[in-house]
Design a protein around this ligand. Structure first.
Ligand SMILES: [Zn+2]
Length: 402
C-alpha cells in the first residue's frame, strides 16, 4: 500500500491521466490550470506517463505569445484488455485496446451445462487471445480480464453464485482464472456488463441513467443509475424476466406464472412458433424441415425477414409483452435510454417497434417524451466489450496505476 508522498504522487498521476483521457488533447499548461497542480509537478507526472506509454505527444498547439505548446493525448494502445461473456449456450471473448477497438475475437458454442467445463472453455478462449497479443501490435501488457456471466455474481469476491442454466453454486471463477492465467479477473452479471459496454463504447456514451435489456434464452436487465451499475442489496437487481405480465399465464422456470420470460424470451418465441406452425401455413415450417424440435427464435426471425406474416406476428406479440414490462420499468426508474440487446434483438423492428409502442403507451407522459428506446449499437460485442470496459474502469479508478 502506498503512503505519504508516494500516495500523493500516485493520486496526482491518476488525476492528470484521467483528465487527458476525458478531455482530449491538452498542453502541460492546460493540465496545470485544470488540475490546480504546479507546473513542475505536472511536468514530472507527464514525463512518467510518457515513459510508461499512457500518453503521447501529438505536435504543437496555438501559441499564446511564446513558444507553441506541445499537445498531449491519451494513448488508447497503452494496455490491452480482454473481455468475455459466458451466456446460456455461448462463450464470446475479445482482445481490445483502451478505447474499445477490437483486435481479435473468439466465439464458441457451449453444449455443456457443467460450470466447471465452461470455466475451462473460458480459459482456452483467453489463452487463444493472449497468444495473439504479440502479433497484433506493440508489446504492451494486458491489464486484466473482465467477464460477464449469466446469473447472480458476487462482484466483490469474483464468485459465480447462482445460475439456473448452469446449475452452479458459489464457484470462485475469478480466483480460478487468475491462478491459471496470472492476470487480474473481474466478474459481473452479463446484462450489467452489456449495459456498461454500451455506456463506455456504444449507444449510451455519456448517458448516466439507462437500462440494457438482454433478450435471449432468458431475459435480464443491466441498470445504471447516476453513472453506476446498480446491483441491489445482494446483486440480484434487474430480474425483469420475472415481472408478471399475464394473469393465469404459463408456469415459469422460477416457479411463478405469467412472467415476462414466458412470453418475451427466445424460448417463448420458439414455443409460440411451434404452436402456430401446427395450425397455419408458415415459412417457419419449411425452414425447420417440418421438425418442431428444430425451431429456435432465429428460425422465426429468418422467416419474418423473408416476409412471413405468422413469424412477424409472433415477434410483434413478444415485443408487445416486452414493452409492457419495460414501460413499468421506465415509470419506476426514469432512465434516459433503454437499450434492447441480446441474441433476439437481431429481430430488429419486427420486435422493437411493437415493443417501443407498448412501452410508451404505458409510460407517464412526462417520462415518455424524453426516454429513448434503441437497439444495441455493439451487437454481439456488447457482452465482451462490457467485460473489457469493467477492466478499464478499474484501471482508472484505482489510486495506483497497474
Ligand atoms: Zn419467472
Amino acid at each position: 500500500m502506498l503512503v505519504g508522498p508516494e500516495l500523493i504522487r500516485a493520486i496526482n498521476k491518476q488525476r492528470v491521466l484521467r483528465l487527458v483521457r476525458s478531455a482530449g488533447a491538452m498542453s502541460r499548461a492546460d493540465l496545470a490550470e485544470r488540475t490546480g497542480l504546479t507546473r513542475p509537478t505536472v511536468s514530472a507526472v507527464v514525463a512518467e506517463l510518457l515513459e510508461e506509454g499512457w500518453v503521447e505527444e501529438i505536435g504543437t498547439g496555438e501559441s499564446s505569445g511564446g513558444r507553441p505548446p506541445i499537445l498531449l493525448r491519451f494513448n488508447p494502445r497503452a494496455r490491452w484488455v480482454i473481455g468475455a461473456e459466458l451466456g446460456a449456450g455461448h462463450v464470446r471473448a475479445v482482445l481490445a485496446d483502451l478505447a474499445g477497438n477490437v483486435f481479435d475475437r473468439v466465439k464458441q458454442r457451449v453444449e455443456s451445462h457443467d460450470p466447471l467445463v465452461e470455466v475451462g472453455q473460458l480459459e482456452r478462449a483467453m489463452k487463444h487471445l493472449l497468444a495473439q497479443v504479440p502479433k497484433k501490435g506493440p508489446p504492451i501488457p494486458v491489464a486484466g480480464i473482465g467477464i460477464g456471466i449469466t446469473g447472480v455474481i458476487d462482484t466483490e469476491e469474483g464468485i459465480w453464485r447462482y445460475s439456473p442454466h448452469y446449475k452452479v453454486r458459489d464457484l470462485p471463477v475469478a480466483q480460478m482464472l487468475q491462478e491459471r492465467l496470472l492476470l487480474p479477473v473481474w466478474l459481473e452479471n452479463d446484462a450489467r456488463a452489456m449495459a456498461w459496454g454500451e455506456r463506455s463504447f456504444g449507444a449510451a456514451k455519456g448517458v448516466d441513467n439507462l437500462a440494457f435489456i438482454r433478450v435471449g434464452v432468458g431475459l435480464g436487465a443491466g441498470i445504471i443509475i447516476d453513472g453506476r451499475l446498480y446491483g441491489g442489496a445482494y446483486q440480484g437487481a434487474g430480474e425483469i424476466g420475472h415481472i408478471m405480465v399475464k394473469e393465469r399465464g404459463l408456469r415459469c422456470r422460477c416457479g411463478s406464472d405469467g412472467c415476462l420470460e414466458t412470453v418475451g424470451s427466445a424460448v417463448a418465441i420458439a414455443r409460440r412458433a411451434v404452436q402456430r406452425m401446427a395450425q397455419e401455413e408458415t415459412l417457419i415450417r419449411d425452414l425447420c424441415g417440418g421438425d418442431p424440435s428444430q425451431v429456435i427464435a432465429t428460425t422465426v426471425i429468418e422467416a419474418a425477414d423473408a416476409g412471413d406474416r405468422v413469424a412477424q406476428e409472433i415477434l410483434a406479440e413478444a415485443g408487445r409483452y416486452l414493452g409492457i414490462g419495460i414501460g413499468s420499468m421506465i415509470n419506476l426508474l426514469n432512465p434516459a435510454m433503454v437499450i434492447i440487446g441480446g441474441g433476439t434483438s437481431r429481430a430488429g423492428d419486427h420486435l422493437i417497434e411493437p415493443l417501443r409502442q407498448a412501452a410508451l403507451e404505458r409510460t407517464l407522459p412526462a417520462l415518455r417524451e424524453k426516454v429513448k428506446i434503441v437497439r444495441t449499437a455493439l451487437g454481439e460485442d456488447a457482452g465482451p466489450l462490457g467485460g473489457a470496459a469493467l477492466v478499464i474502469e478499474e484501471l482508472f479508478r484505482a489510486p495506483t496505476l497497474k
